[in-house]
Design a protein around this ligand. Structure first.
Ligand SMILES: *Cc1c(COP(=O)(O)O)cnc(C)c1O
Length: 364
């Protein structure tokens, strides 16, 4: 690895170099990570066959080579737990089939539609809920595949928003990305474009590309929704990426996934969300981890998420509070989860629990 992780490489800040030099094999990861656990050793042998591996040199450089508990390491090194039939039990493999009849398009809510433009991501996150669909093979959609997506959106004039989700749209060449977004913006009833991308976190160099920044400014506002899971991910490189996006007059929001062993405690989440608002990113969702084959070992009980939300309330700026939600199976939509603050009602008397746990009577 040695040279590959030398940040003084004159190419380190070039996103294309970062993509080209991704570590994509078990051997590549073994050169970087020391004292592999049995779960990791076995994962590199067996899991890697089923779910792809990839990590940018930049994101890998944040991982601790020696400590198996490192939150970055856990997001990139495959483990046997991902395919262990004793752990990945009773998952309905079709429970999260999202797509309807048009490939790469999911229309669940009336006013917005989710599309994907590629199967490729810079990093294959071990906790990815779409892990069965990404990376094998890595392929952008063709103009012929985009046509029915565009036609559908054009026909349905209740659709106001297009959410371009992952595979990560920002791995596309500028030319392709700009083309598809310009096409979508040509549709009169499309008021909002949202891009779901993890590149600010795992490939911040993408936002050192002036051509992309000029385009983002041209099409502003486009809502950039990214995916931080741990305070360790908030680096100088990332702050610069976020600053560059914000200079283009576009808002940056974040979705975190609640992950066992990575961020499943109030202190880590507090540090993460405080860190995000410090660099100008608004925490939007905290998602409960879905019961999908391959990610079950990252799940926590709902109580863990609720405890985190109670901890944040009142102690941490309201700006730093995400919405805690889970996705119902079979495309039934997202449900918001919240601690109960209205604890009792007697006639006009309402009893509320405040952030300090005190019960307060309020009559109205
Ligand atoms: C999550 C999701 C959306 C976006 O939902 P918001 O609550 O607006 O963030 C849109 N479509 C699908 C299919 C989704 O799963």
């Amino acid at each position: 690895m040695g040279n590959l992780l030398k940040k003084d490489s004159k190419y380190w800040n070039d996103w294309r170099w970062q993509l080209k030099n991704r570590i994509k094999t078990p051997q590549g990861l073994k050169k970087y990570f020391k004292n592999l656990t049995e779960d990791e050793e076995k994962g590199l042998k067996l899991t890697a066959e089923e779910f792809p591996i990839a990590v940018t040199p930049y994101y890998l450089s944040l991982a601790d080579p020696y400590n198996p508990e490192c939150p970055i390491r856990k997001q990139v090194v495959p483990r046997y737990s991902e395919i262990d039939p004793k752990i990945q039990i009773s998952c309905d493999p079709n429970a999260l089939e999202e797509e309807g009849e048009i490939p790469h398009l999911t229309h669940r809510y009336p006013d917005r539609v989710l599309i994907t433009l590629t199967t490729m991501c810079p990093v294959y996150c071990r906790h990815c809920m779409r892990k069965r669909k990404v990376g094998k093979p890595e392929r952008a959609i063709t103009e012929e595949e985009f046509k029915p997506i565009w036609d559908y959106i054009k026909k349905q004039n209740q659709i106001r928003e297009v959410l371009i989700s992952g595979g990560d749209p920002l791995v596309l060449s500028n030319e392709k990305l700009f083309h598809y977004i310009r096409q979508l913006k040509k549709i009169d009833h499309i008021e909002v474009i949202r891009i779901g991308t993890r590149t600010p976190v795992i490939l911040p160099q993408r936002f050192y590309d002036d051509e992309l920044l000029r385009f983002l400014e041209e099409i502003s506002p486009v809502w950039i929704v990214t995916h931080f899971n741990h305070p360790k991910e908030i680096t100088e490189e990332v702050s610069l990426a976020v600053k560059n996006i914000r200079k283009t007059a576009n808002p940056v929001l974040n979705q975190t996934v609640l992950l066992k062993g990575i961020n499943d405690n109030p202190q880590t989440m507090e540090e993460l969300f405080r860190g995000l608002i410090r660099i100008g990113v608004k925490p939007y969702y905290l998602f409960h981890c879905d019961p999908i084959y391959g990610v079950v070992h990252f799940r926590t009980p709902i109580e863990v998420g609720l405890k985190i939300m109670s901890h944040l309330r009142g102690r941490v700026s309201g700006l730093a509070q995400p919405i805690y939600a889970l996705d119902l199976p079979h495309g039934k939509g997202k449900v918001v989860l919240s601690p109960q603050y209205l604890v009792k009602k007697e006639g006009r008397k309402h009893y509320f629990r405040n952030y300090e746990g005190e019960i307060v009577e309020y009559e109205f």
